[in-house]
Each structure stands twice: as structure tokens, then as C-alpha cells.
Ligand binder design. Sequence first.
Ligand code: SF4
Length: 364
Amino acid sequence: MKFLSEYRDPETARRMLAEIEKIVTRSWVIMEVCGGQTHAIVKSGIDQLLPREIRLVHGPGCPVCVTPLETIDRAIEIAGRPEVIFCSFGDMLRVPGSNRDLLTARSAGAEVRIVYSPLEALEIALNNPDREVVFFAIGFETTAPGNAMAIIQAEKQGLKNFSELVCHVLVPPAITALLSSDDNLVNGYLAAGNVCTVTGLGEYEGIAEKYRVPIVATGLEPNDIIEGILMVVRQLEEGRAEVENQYVRSVRYQGNIPAQEAVARVFEVSDQKWRGIGMLPDSGLRIRKEYGDYDAARRFAVTDFDVNEPEVCISGTILRGLKKPDQCPAFGTECRPEHPLGATMVSNEGACAAYYKYKPLMAS
Ligand code: SF4
């Protein structure tokens, strides 16, 4: 298939893997910070094809996984109100809160609808003027522009019954937090190409320079990932720590400026809790005061919840690249995709879910 098969060509993959083998002289740890890349790495067995000096670890790149339990609980509370139509992408419905998930809330009578874009939720608000329509706006920098645009559009149309429950996380502050920690093992990063398409590359330059780590914006297809790894290894072996762009078919240095402007108009940077990791300064987005009427957390005055992860779950150490899913005692036994205990098993893009699906022998 054109535009796809060229990024999965086995001959190209073999050539790049041979090049990595040729240039590597010592051990390096490389982290990908994109759930789609984690999924592709495990599915294609890229981690098995690399020379043993290269160790891949999986970062906090799955937005569903890092959405805090408290936020899911808030969503369930709002969805349960009789005046509310709660709209969400389908993958959030099975994510467990502290007691139940949105799917269970729906079977108990809450009106929870699956939508494919925030604009679809806007349409539902337009067609249901006597109901409150709430969109569950989660994700990284990639989904923030669409969610900002929905609020701008709601304002333009004078819609008073539309709001968003927001949980947006930002990649560069998460990378900075990981690199600042005393137990950091990572020597180089594959930055998520889809995120960089929106944000551009400028934000990563200070990080590469300060922490002396190569950062390569990398696509999501298998050969993109192998090429991204090759570019990181080349830099490490040459003693360079620069920002480079593997995903040139999508990423421009300055990113998508209209998208950035829409985000800056509606959202402002705030501290944010990441499931499995904890509170990270300036690592999230919240709705600006000027758009406070569209903020479901304010509109419904949902209370703060205090919840804890199950003790057995080591997803925090997995998301920081310190452990792999198969090192968790609950992996594949107490914790499975249909009964996830922690952050990295809740979504298809989570590292534990990817290992469970594509490394079945380890799960048995
Ligand atoms: S297998 Fe389950 S319990 Fe273990 S780290 Fe992964 S999500 Fe947590």
C-alpha cells in the first residue's frame, strides 16, 4: 500500500539494523515517548532485532494510561448527572476509575456517548439545547488543537450547553522530569513525531543541550522507528546531543502555527498529575479563565478525589523506563487487559497491554 509499505520494507529495515550493529561500540538506553511507537516496537519485534548493546525502554507516551484515576472518577460523577450527555472517545470508556468505569456508569443509566471528534460533541450540544453536553478532552499536544477549536466554535455559535472536562499532558516537561531524576538511565530519546508535528522542535533543543541527550523526532511506522534509533545511536557514538528530525514527511521545525495559536488562545500551562508518575510542574493544560464557562470541572464543581494505585502495580517505574512490564508480578495473572490494575494495561497503547498482546509466551 503506497505511503505505508515503504515504511515497512524488510530490506530497508535490515540495512538500517546492520548499520546500527556496525557503529555501536557500547551500551545505550533509548526511550520512546509515544504509545503508538511502543505498540509498533513490540508488535514488530524491533526490540528483539537490535544489537544487545541497545536497550529500548518505554516512556509515558500513552495519554489514556497517564490520565489520573481522579479524572476518571470526575468524569463518572459528571456523566451520572441527569441533565448531562457525556461524550468521549471510545478508548476512555473501559479505563477504570477507583471503583468503576464509564461503561459501567452507562449501564447504570448515565448517558455516555462515543464520539470520534470534539466537533461531534458540539453537534450533539446544538441538537440538545436543554441538556448539558460534556466532552472528555484528554491527550497530548496532538489532541489539544481540536479541543481548543471546539471551544472557540462553541463561543462563535453562542452555545451555552457545551463544556469540556480537560486532562491534557505535555511531553517536554515529562522528558525533563525523567532526565532530572537521580535514577535516570536514558541516554537518548525518540520524540513522538505526531506531537512534534503540532509543537515543532524548538522546545526540545534546550532539553538536548542541558541534559546532553540526543532527541530525534520519529514517526510511528517500523522503519521510522529503526531509522530514529539509528540517528540516536549515531549521535551517541559521535558524542553529539542534538535535536534531529527523522519524520520529515510531517514535522516542520516551527510546527503547526495555527494549531499552536488555537491552543494558546483557549488553554494555559498548569501543573498536572500523571497517572503512575505523580504531579509534574507545568506539564499540563487547563482552560483559561476567559473560557471558564466551557470548563466542565468548574461548571459542575466536581470535588477533588484522593485515590491510590494498587500496591502491586509498578507502572510508575515502567513509565520512567526503569522496569519492563514482564517484571511486574501481576503481569498476565491478576492484571490483564480485561481486568487492568494499572496505568499501562488500560489502553492498547500502554506498554503492559502491548507486551500482553504481542509477547504471549511471557504472559503465560
Ligand atoms: S501489569 Fe498491571 S499491575 Fe503490573 S505494572 Fe502493568 S499495569 Fe501495573
